[in-house]
Write a protein that binds this ligand. Sequence first.
Ligand code: GLA
Length: 742
Amino acid sequence: MIHYNPTTQTFNLIMRRSQYAMQVDEAGRLIHLAWGPRPVDATPDDLITGQTPFTQANFSSHEQQGRPDEYLTYGDTSYHEVSLKVNFPALPTAMSAAEAPHLPIRDVRLRYAHHEIVHDAQPGYAPQHGLPTGKTDPRETLRITLQDPAQPFRVTLCYRLTPEQDIIERWAELENLGDAPLTVEQVYTAVLHLPNGYYDLTAVNGAWGQEFTATREPLPIGLRLVEHRTLHTGHRANPFFLLNRCGQAWEESGAVYFGQLAYSGSWRLTFETVHSLNLRVHAGYNPFDFELTLHPGSRHKTPALICGVSGDGWGGASRRLHAFLRERVLPQPPQLPAWRPVLYNSWEATYFNLSEQGQMELARKAAAIGVELFCVDDGWFGGRRHDRAGLGDWFVSQDVFPNGLQPLIDEVHRLGMQFGLWVEPEMVNADSDLYRAHPDWALHFPGRPRTEGRNQLILDLGRPEVQAYIYHCLDDLLAADDIAFIKWDYNRSQTEPGSVAGKEIWLRHVAGVYDIMDRLRQKYPRLAIQSCSGGGGRIDAGVLARADQVWTSDNTDALARVRIQEGFSLAYPARTMEAWVTHTQNHQTGRILDLNTRFHVAMRGVLGIGSSLNALSERELQQYRQYITFYKRIRHVVQGGDLYRLQRLEEFGASAIQYVLPDGAEAVYSVVVVEHKIGQLRPSTPLRGLDSRATYALFDMHNRQVRRMSGYELMTRGIPGHAGVGIGYAETLYLQKVESTI
Ligand code: GLA
């Protein structure tokens, strides 16, 4: 609910368990008042009046530097981080010649002009494919327009509410109302003001093969940046955060503020704790090498920052983000199945050694063990017999598939599976027909070397003809063949980002990728997309508005993966997290792990298989089939349930998690031991979200009922631990409510 008091000019945004308030002050500035959990006994009529004038203790030397403006602009605020810095070429009225050296005017001041409450306004980069999401009921959006008193420039701050998840999507719209271009040097989507105090920041860092390493650290007084300066989201960090007052939150308790940027390009999260212990969080475009020209009459919308507050710890923050992404972001056209299918991907089985016959044999084995979607990875096109050639030439290779893809696709369909294909559309190898024809289509600076990464260059999506080429290649593929799924890869970060779009390439590249995905999804509503970038380098709420799942990491070692998946789960739902069972000896780490461990870890997300099926015995294939059958039984709970991290790796050396349907009727419990603490029993694990008055039957993966326990006992004492479980011990249990009352 959005409430406005015209007398005090106070705005109250009331959500299920949280509130957000701001007020226009006597000078017309929009000032932040409060954000946090609502008292449990609050009624809808309990609002912040704002009648007590704004005061702030412990000002730094200049009062305005500590003022919590809803949007901090470079002007009267100057030495803390700002959300907006604009260059105005001149005063709209006449200026004396003597004042010309002062130009451009680097000063923005924003004063309240008007506001409106509308339904479902759209942020920048909102998907244009027209496909529905799980929930489509309209959401209230507050738009507050602020005007610069001296320049033809205005900013509209937008707040779209999803009250059931205590989430506000924030974005800003900039408008040039004058007749000269303006340059924007820095623009964040939003600034968040948190209640004063010292905060712990939970975020993730990483690298290829080590994505989503979770860290928790106290924020210093001053600045802490979390960022990526690339044309994709990146491996080194991910654009989300959780924040709590130091020592005042835990997995299932305490106030936790969270945010996640819906954008897949160069981004930054800035955490600035000023001396009065006011924490400001700016989120949005990375100002590094940034420039945006606002032409006369034009408008720019920033991407959305999805933010909220949980009163029930980090777990509550994650569950809110998961539900929001599942229900409001992921496309869910009726043509797609409700749950993501079990996939087979041939990459680790064949690498570049593809043949029609070999893929057909794999497909037959995959279908026999229960796979539903068969995906051919890299190497099927152009001269792509190794990773030094072929990118850009998206034509089926006659050397690999002399009869085209159709015979393989027909066989895959005959076997009852869907067909999928790997592409990396934004890239080009110097050894390709595309590059030979259009060397100027690759990002570069004239007179400078073109540094290759994995032997490839990045296409300049600042050029409309490049975007058209990519779209037409993919459209031709999808039109010619019945392809249900594409794995869209992006395998290097940029160097020399020289483009016909100048510095705006940072924005245009992302907009171009989104636009191509949107057009394809609109034209092919049965198409599903997996976002991949050398593993987990393009995972964010922006790409998830046009993708169905992501490749979490190229590291498929099950024990390494438990840690990666735990970090991933802080912000992203299991429904999007593809996880493969691969070889006994892992190709990335060399570690040998038994099939049980590999399956129980992969079953925590969207199950995939990447093993060399041709090298497996009949007995092993039979085991694969049993696990896949079990997964199909539990996947609606894994992919659609609420996640509880019952035991985290950092505490227990083991990860115990639970997925539970909102009505508590079904649950999945999964434990994996990563470090063995000799001499210690595995502690029992009280579950959550069940019906304490009911009885539950617990089934193992062979569908054997191994226990029967009351909901009360499960949620108090928990599932008993075991003695003597070593590294790699793993188990998944399916819980079903069998009697409503005991
Ligand atoms: C990336 C992906 C892998 C695989 C290869 C193919 O590394 O993450 O899964 O598709 O590219 O070249």
